[in-house]
Ligand binder design. Sequence first.
Ligand code: BGC
Length: 862
Amino acid sequence: MRLQTSAGLLPLISLTTALTETPFLGFPSPWISPDPSDAEWQAAYEKAVAFVSQLTLTEKVNLTTGTGWEGDRCIGKTGSVPRLGFEGFCLMDGPLGVRYVDKASAFPAGMNAAATFSKRLIRARGEAMGEEFRGKGVDVQLGPVAGALGRTPQGGRNWEGFSPDPYLTGVAIAETIRGIQSRGVIACAKHYILNEQEHFRGSVDVRIGDKTMHELYLWPFADAVRAGVGSVMCSYNRVNGTYACENEWVQNYLLKSELGFRGFVMSDWGAQHSTLGSALSGLDMAMPGDMMGPPSASSPPYGSHWGGALTQAVLKGEVPQWRLDDMVTRIMTSFFRVHVGSYTSRPEPNFSAWTRNTTGPQYKYSNRPWTTVNSHVDVQANHSALIRELAAKSTVILKNTGILPLSKSSLTSLAVIGNDAHDNPNGPNSCPERACINGTVAMGYGSGTTDFPYLISPATALLGLSQEHNITFFNTTSNWDLPTAQSTASNASVAIVFATATSGENFVSIDGNAGDRNNLTLWDNGDALIRAVAAVNPNTIVVLHTSGPVVIDHADKHPNISAILWAGFPGQESGNGLADVLFGDVHPQGRSPFTWGKDLESYGVELLTVAPDPRNPRQEFPEGVFIDYRWFLSEGKGERGRVTYGFGHGLGYTEFEYGDLVVERVGGKGGYEVNKGRTIPAPVMGEVVDIGDVEGWTEPEGFEGWRIPRYVYPWVNATVYNSENGTARSPGIGDFPPEARDGGVQEELPAGGKEGGNEGLYEVLFEVKVDVKNVGMREGVEVVQLYLSPNNPLAPSLLLRGFDDVLLAPNATKTVTFSLTRRDISEWNTEAQNWEILTEHQQTVFVGSSSMDLRLNRTLPL
Ligand code: BGC
């Protein structure tokens, strides 16, 4: 891969073009090669090479292509290799648990995991999810999420991911991946990349500059790759003109070459648009394989962009065999890298995603063979305890005038008010894809959901507690009957009022919110309900179950509102986790993973909801790297005064003092070595295919009776092959440069070389130490946060670069140590295509309790 074709042109092109053009040659698609320096990986690679070398052309194609939407029992399923006893891969949503099955847990959402600021808890969540996917016989978990990152607060799927801060998301995605994969399940980092909103997600063209890409959106994916993620899902949208799944800059150049990704890229469901464009630009697995609907006159000849079409493309020499071999080797290396045991005896899926009945057809569209499709295997183990801990420790106390923690012995009466506190009378799974707000909301809607095995509502948990401790309990569910809400609230010494605002994926909408939220206000009359309750009870507590920030300044300022808690989407143990925090049984440690602005406009970013040309919606990201707190805190851009609660903010039940901040240079004196590596030539596995040998690869004779309707098969059709129009050439992609098929030795990229990029980027340059002392009366957790201010004179702002949660008894002190790597203190230099420490400006580190509560700072001695 050459660095760039038009380096000489760079200074000549205008600044605006430079921001969105990608003049770097992303061909050929990088192949994975041996790496004896990493024994574990090398062992997996060797097994994969041995396996792939035995495969025929059509067997290889089978492993790259899904068998079609609802074609099998999993949400995604590849073809198999019956000759070798290898069942196809089973892929299942989603990022918070196993979707479309029973007897599995509903974990807290990604944003809640991030809100704990606890690496230990984030890892444990990943491990527990991995165990459940493994227990169901799933090979690939379709999560975790780092795209949407959370550019706009209304972004429908932000909650599936972690945080709009790329550092926090990077740590969280890496820990989650390590957790999942440690249990023998391949994780899938998705959606790659820039799928930042649901409106127009299948067509929007996001125009983005190289610098914003690296410093913001690509950052967490680098951490995912460094954590050894086995797969990445390319997204629906376009990037600088080309669909993500056939974008050679995004897949070949950035992901596989620069970040050294050695796993496989799968398409989001239906996000593949061509045969050659996707194959030559780095896609490795097509999902769900078909066109996601019954065949029609406009379906491509094979009913799939791959399957038979890919076989044909290889036989025509349009896709070199080494590219196909690389796809399969990547898939199989990921498999052998995380899979435990022998591949022929691996657990099979013991459920069907499409029915809850115990028996049914293995293949829906042929209605046969009739078999046991659901064994109802209970995989929940004791995960409810972890889920409750996560729910409690992700609850953020935004405001507390002293009412919290509540006392079980002295509280006399309690009123619980609002629809969002109560059970859905029809059951927690009664709305398909969780797309309703009937009863308490504990996850968003869309494919990132699961069925609840049960859902403890806040009302249930608080009623139980009240009965146990002789607290008189009042409640009311209606958000619209304000007089009843007020009379209920005025009966009790403390009134807790619940409100929600949810979001999700665009294939379902609630009240005209097509995935993305239409605004940042509370739903279902929530703001009026809060005002009504606060008007009559001076001890009002507000609890929010929302998919992100809402405009809550009115409640922050209200004298009768004594506390505000954000509980996010806490999963099945919602009520128990909340009660643990309200009554102080758990030390609150939740910190907001995003900023709470005073209104939508103050975020400085726009959701694209109307496009002048709806067939070609285009989006620029003029804010660059300045999203969320970076925007609010950046002089000349946002306004600090427009923040109600800052990123990282969250109160506990004690106070901490900071002292003795020391910054020490500990490494990097030897400088940074620009990667000058070269690849090996592209390996070809097993038998070399004869170009033009159509007859050898058509459907075997007598197979017709076995054919399953709509199932995607790998064979070529001689008629299609010979017809002019039946070629696999991609519409609109045009011709490919000769480099696209060049399997010769390639130069690696300067910022590349290892998984996650150049090894030197992760070298620790500075150690930062700070003493934290509990100066309050109670034991408690402090989340110590480290921010860097690069002092860029164009837009000074802050960047999170470290965090740690510490539990301290009263009067106890602990020294917290942070490491700053070269990447942490560098900026992306587009011309050099590398990270660079900018020495002309002073960089300052700050430590504190949130982005708005910085306690101490020191200049970095560069
Ligand atoms: C979503 C993915 C999901 C896939 C399979 C797509 O619509 O964007 O996140 O994994 O469907 O359900």
